[in-house]
Design a protein around this ligand. Structure first.
Ligand code: SF4
Ligand code: SF4
Length: 307
């Protein structure tokens, strides 16, 4: 019988993925600090989790300059909750001088001043700004047991606020149900339309069996690993680590998924991080199974709809 473990590196030499080109740069802009404490959060973000801290405007500018020199094409902001970082809007304003940006948010922390600033930034840039809003069900009954009481109503209000200032947020839903996605997506879409978001975009993500999710469901089985055979006819471009890196307050990590893995730190500069990486973690199995789970790009395995 397979043993259940949270995440243990391979002892045998695993397949390695080369960085084909550094197309995307992620900023762990809120570290692991979040106003919520979701039961499935794969890096266990919470108001009191400062294992990784906020990125400063100066730090972001430094890496934006290095990214521009390296030809990075797009930027992502995550956490934790990006808008918990008081510098988020200033950081975004600097970023869109260099390229398009996506912010992954729970949409529960928008002040009027934040929305005003976002609207002005969005209307002033030739680059696109995408908002990805996490909601894990089409009702409070479905969402709130995972994300916390009142979070469904708060996030739906946040979606409406974003729509009102001109965004078409991508609603990202972690797959916590059994069975077909079709009914869930249809009901979700109708709920959003009924709430005034007439052109909803939805993306379903697999759960990563790390962090808080281990207690909610399970950790990885020890046979959930990427092998050399599995990579034989596989396009590594589907893996985020083949084209992205993530900036944290403690250096550059290989991807936003492995923050808790010390061996995923690749250096202090982007130049130092341009190395290949062994797929030694169990979470790599989820990436291999589902493809581009972090980026805005959809794959056959991550359900995405644009109405
Ligand atoms: S899943 Fe997102 S909103 Fe929930 S605790 Fe983690 S970072 Fe915060
Ligand atoms: S977790 Fe995914 S993105 Fe990170 S190193 Fe493994 S395969 Fe690459």
């Amino acid at each position: 019988m397979a043993t259940m473990i949270q995440d243990t590196p391979h002892s045998n030499e695993p397949p390695r993925v080369a960085l084909q080109s550094l197309d995307s740069l992620w900023f762990q802009v809120a570290g692991t600090i979040c106003n919520l404490r979701c039961h499935h959060c794969f890096i266990s973000c919470a108001p009191d989790n400062d294992k990784f801290n906020f990125l400063s405007l100066e730090t972001c500018k430094r890496y934006l300059n290095e990214a521009a020199a390296l030809g990075v094409k797009e930027f992502y902001f995550t956490g934790g909750e990006p808008f918990a970082n008081p510098d988020m809007c200033e950081i975004l304003a600097e970023t869109i001088k260099v390229g398009p940006a996506t912010i992954l948010t729970n949409a529960t922390l928008f002040r009027d001043s934040t929305l005003d600033r976002l609207q002005r930034i969005n209307e002033s840039t030739p680059y696109s700004i995408e908002m990805r809003v996490s909601i894990d069900g089409y009702s409070a009954e479905m969402n709130d047991p995972i994300r916390g009481e009142g979070t469904f109503d708060a996030a739906m209000k946040g979606v409406q606020q974003l729509v009102d200032i001109g965004f078409l947020p991508i609603i990202t839903i972690t797959r916590t149900w059994c069975g077909d996605d079709g009914d869930v997506l249809a009901t979700f879409r109708q709920t959003l339309v009924d709430n005034g978001y007439t052109r909803p975009r939805l993306k379903v993500l697999p759960s990563l069996k790390l962090g808080a999710e281990v207690a909610r469901t399970r950790g990885y089985h020890d046979d959930e690993r990427v092998t050399h055979d599995m990579m034989a006819n596989y396009d590594p471009a589907q893996l985020v680590c083949s084209s992205a890196r993530v900036v944290t307050d403690q250096g550059i990590w290989v991807c936003p998924i492995l923050l808790d893995a010390p061996d995923a730190r690749l250096g202090g500069t982007l130049a130092e991080s341009l190395v290949d990486y062994p797929l030694r973690h169990n979470a790599c199995f989820t990436c291999w199974s589902f493809g581009a789970i972090c980026s805005n790009v959809s794959t056959a395995a991550t359900s995405t709809t644009d109405a």
